[in-house]
Design a protein around this ligand. Structure first.
Ligand SMILES: NC(=O)CC[C@H](N)C(=O)O
Length: 218
C-alpha cells in the first residue's frame, strides 16, 4: 500500500531522481507497481495519461491489465496515435502482459474491434493459457539477462505464437512457447517482473532508455 501511495504521488515532474525520465502508461492496470520498481531503480518516473505527458518521457512502460480496455482508453484519450508515432520514432517501450499485447503487430483472440499499437513483429494470442490455468509461476532461462533463471508469474498472460524476422525471442517455456521478445528499443514479456521483486527486465529496459538519451545528447 505504501508503495502504491508513493508512486501515485509521482506526478509529472514530481520526482527529484537524476535517472532517466520514464513514463508508465496509467490508463488501467498495474501501473503503480511498475512506477515503484522504476523509482527504486533510480528513474525519474511519471504517469502518462495524455499526449503531452508522453512527449516529456525518454521511455515508456505499458503495464499489465486488460489490453482491450487499455486499447479503448488509449483511443478515447487521443493517445493511441501519439504512442504509435513515439514507437516508430524509436522510443524505448517495455510492455508486460497486456502491454505486450498492445505492442504486438498481430493479436489473436482479441475482442471484436480490439486494436493494438503494434511495433513488435510478433503474433500473440491473448489468454493463451486458458480458463483452467489462468495463472501460474515458473522459472525461465533468459540467457540475455544472465545465467540465473528468472522466477516468472503469469496472470492470464498471452503467448507469442510466432516471432517475425525483425524480432528476437528472449525466453521460452519448457514446451518452447515464447514468452519474452525484443526488437530494437521494444521489449515485451508475457509475465510480470514488476510483482516478483526480480528487476532484471526493468534494468535492461532502463539500459535502452539511457543509451537513447546519451545518443540524443551527443
Ligand atoms: N495480466 C494481464 O495483463 C492479462 C492480460 C489480459 N488477459 C489481456 O488480454 O489483456
Amino acid at each position: 500500500m505504501t508503495a502504491n501511495l508513493r508512486s501515485e504521488s509521482l506526478g509529472v515532474g514530481d520526482s527529484a531522481a537524476a535517472g532517466p525520465h520514464v513514463g508508465v502508461l496509467a490508463l488501467q492496470g498495474d501501473f503503480r507497481e511498475h512506477a515503484h520498481v522504476l523509482t527504486r531503480l533510480g528513474a525519474h518516473v511519471s504517469l502518462v495519461r495524455r499526449p503531452e505527458e508522453l512527449d516529456a518521457v525518454d521511455g515508456l512502460v505499458i503495464p499489465g491489465g486488460e489490453s482491450s480496455v487499455m486499447d479503448k482508453l488509449s483511443r478515447t484519450f487521443g493517445l493511441a496515435e501519439p504512442l504509435q508515432a513515439a514507437i516508430a520514432d524509436g522510443l524505448p517501450v517495455y510492455g508486460t502482459c497486456a502491454g505486450l499485447i498492445m505492442l504486438a503487430d498481430t493479436v489473436l483472440d482479441a475482442i471484436a474491434g480490439q486494436q493494438s499499437l503494434g511495433g513488435l513483429d510478433v503474433v500473440v494470442r491473448r489468454n493463451a493459457f486458458g480458463s483452467q490455468n489462468q495463472s501460474f509461476e515458473t522459472d525461465l532461462d533468459i540467457p540475455a539477462l544472465g545465467e540465473e533463471p528468472m522466477h516468472a508469474v503469469f496472470i492470464r498472460g498471452p503467448v507469442v505464437e510466432s516471432v517475425g524476422a525483425a524480432a528476437t525471442p528472449l525466453a521460452a517455456l519448457a514446451d518452447g512457447r515464447v514468452v519474452a521478445v525484443e526488437q530494437g528499443n521494444l521489449l515485451g514479456t508475457s509475465f510480470h517482473p514488476e510483482i516478483t521483486g526480480e528487476y532484471r527486465f526493468h534494468e535492461y529496459f532502463l539500459g535502452k532508455v539511457r543509451a537513447r538519451t546519451a545518443s540524443a545528447v551527443e
